[in-house]
Design a protein around this ligand. Structure first.
Ligand code: ABC
Ligand code: CA
Length: 483
């Protein structure tokens, strides 16, 4: 699938080990206490067949794509920080992680997803292999564990990353900790390079994936990704966890897209903190537009498995709903990380390893307010025309607390007042998007209707909740708000 085909999709991010256990073989006690750190640093029993059994949980929330954690076989040794249940610690890139099932189980997952019109994005790592505690990297004895990179010269000379402002240091040294460094592949070595290009081409074709999420993209020279992404033959989203639009944007010349980290770092602060200044939203949107080839396909998110959960930063659900609304409707491909819909907080820290909660203790409830909230917005995404996804948003109102934008015929209003209802009356300029008398319905609160006034403007009441206003006429037949 190409970038263009992905534009209108909406992605649910899941960790295979934590999403669902195999039907009939459940062990619901396992990892049900998420504060048990030794336990949650090991496998919790999720499998590919488990995902298949819960595809409707994802589908019913309105998602038409999933991002699954890395699928390749992991190192099985213990480290100070557990084992490679998350999938980022490869041992053999040509084998499928047996903890998750067989290669056929993985093919069945992709097939079952496609049958429900759910596309599958697979997470892939080319920067490193898994750690082996208390062993010296880059010795014959150490590298013999890996396949196919089992020679010392397949790896960079060992050093640990010490300075993220030094790109050479970031590319040539290892991520991880001093005790458990992830051996950094020599991605200048012709064998390593061609092996990776062949592998990604094989992996995508063999399992019929629709896109790749590229781990540690900033840890390999940019030119490496040109042929890597071409060899994959599908849409690619790279991970560059940095707040600088110029830096992250430069990667979009070498891959289709990146995760929307620059926007993320702003929005998580702007929406979780009522004292933050919403004018910063304008700045980041402008600098993104100046720095990326195409901001409309960036992967936007409020949470992921590496960052502090939004619901840990603030308990205010009104703020969470504003952040979710923004991410699901602003330019970009939205990504919702598993557990957001269940109001997971990642306690006690909100961060790795506690932000990777197993989902089964929730019994996959589809009635939580956040699950239904996401469902409503995803349903709205299905009724807007394709131009919604190809156009750029237009700022409609901005002040310290409010950010509102127009996309297609939708007016989306967000704020960071949270539960403190400011009771404000605004008149937002319509700029000719809607005719006088047009009735807009808030699709998030169906009894709220607003009529365009004689000056073509939109009179709205700001109460802290996000609003998604859309012409009643354009909703006819959509079943949204009973229309
Ligand atoms: C393990 C333990 C942790 C322990 C750690 C040292 O080792 O679990 O408790 O703290 C996988 C596992 C992790 C595991 C690691 C290391 O491997 O999931 O549990 O941590 O063994 C990707 C994946 C991630 C994965 C890997 C490794 C890479 O999404 O899940 O981790 O394959 C860097 C990398 C990035 C990586 C991330 C975890 O680390 O660049 O690819 N994610 C700055 C840098 C970032 C950097 C980050 C690290 O620090 O810019 O590039 O990410 O903390 C903002 C700034 C940013 C700044 C952030 C922190 O603050 O603008 O620049 O990020 O304000
Ligand atoms: Ca590297």
């Amino acid at each position: 699938r190409t970038a263009d085909e992905w534009r209108a999709r909406t992605i649910y991010q899941l960790l295979t080990d934590r999403f669902a256990q195999a039907p009939g073989q459940e062990n619901p006690q396992l990892c049900s206490n998420n504060q048990n750190e030794p336990e949650i640093r090991h496998y919790c029993g999720g499998t590919f067949s488990g995902i298949v059994s819960k595809l409707d949980y994802i589908k019913n929330m309105g998602f038409d794509a999933i991002w699954i954690s890395p699928v390749v076989k992991q190192m099985d040794n213990e480290t100070e920080v557990g084992v490679g249940w998350h999938g980022y610690w490869a041992q053999d890139i040509y084998q499928i992680n047996p903890h998750f099932g067989t290669p056929d189980d993985l093919k069945n997952l992709v097939k079952a997803a496609h049958d429900k019109d759910i596309w599958v994005m697979v997470d892939v790592v080319a920067n490193h292999m898994g750690p082996q505690e208390k062993k010296t990297p880059r010795t014959d004895d150490y590298v013999k564990a890996y396949n196919p990179f089992n020679k010392t010269d397949h790896y960079h000379v060992f050093c640990l990353i010490s300075n993220y402002n030094d790109q050479g240091n970031v590319e040539y040294c290892s991520i991880g900790s001093a005790d458990d460094p992830l051996p950094d592949l020599d991605t200048e070595n012709p064998f390593v390079v061609s092996e990776y290009y062949n592998w990604i081409s094989w992996l995508v074709k063999e399992f019929n994936f629709d896109a790749i999420r590229i781990d540690t993209a900033r840890h390999i020279r940019q030119e490496f990704w040109d042929d890597f992404t071409k060899s994959s033959g599908v849409f690619s989203i790279g991970e560059i966890p940095d707040g600088n639009s110029g830096f992250v944007g430069s990667y979009q010349k070498h891959m289709d897209s990146t995760l929307g980290y620059p926007l993320y770092f702003k929005l998580q602060n702007l929406y979780s903190n009522p004292n933050a200044n919403m004018y910063e939203m304008r700045d980041i949107i402008n600098s993104n537009r100046n720095s990326f080839n195409d901001t409309r396909i960036l992967g936007n998110f409020v949470d992921n498995h590496d960052q502090e959960r939004f619901a840990h930063k603030t308990q205010d659900k009104v703020l969470l709903r504003n952040a979710i609304t923004f991410v699901l409707l602003m330019d970009g491909i939205p990504i919702i990380y598993q557990g957001v819909e269940q109001d997971f907080t990642g306690a006690p820290t909100g961060n790795d390893p506690f932000n990777r909660e197993a989902l089964w203790p929730t019994s996959y409830s589809q009635t939580t307010p956040t699950y239904q909230f996401i469902t409503n917005i995803n349903a709205f995404r299905k009724v807007v025309p394709q131009s919604f996804f190809t156009s750029l948003s237009i700022e409609a109102w901005i002040d310290e607390h409010i950010y509102a934008f127009v996309k297609d015929k939708a007016l989306i209003i967000t704020s960071n007042y949270g539960g403190n209802n400011p009771n404000r009356d605004l008149v937002i300029q319509g700029n000719g998007v809607w005719p006088t008398g047009e009735v807009l319905v808030n699709v998030l609160k169906c009894d709220e209707k607003i009529t365009i006034d004689g000056s073509l403007n939109v009179p709205v009441k700001i109460d802290g909740e996000p609003k998604v206003l859309y012409p009643e006429n354009n909703l006819k037949g959509s079943r949204i708000c009973g229309l």
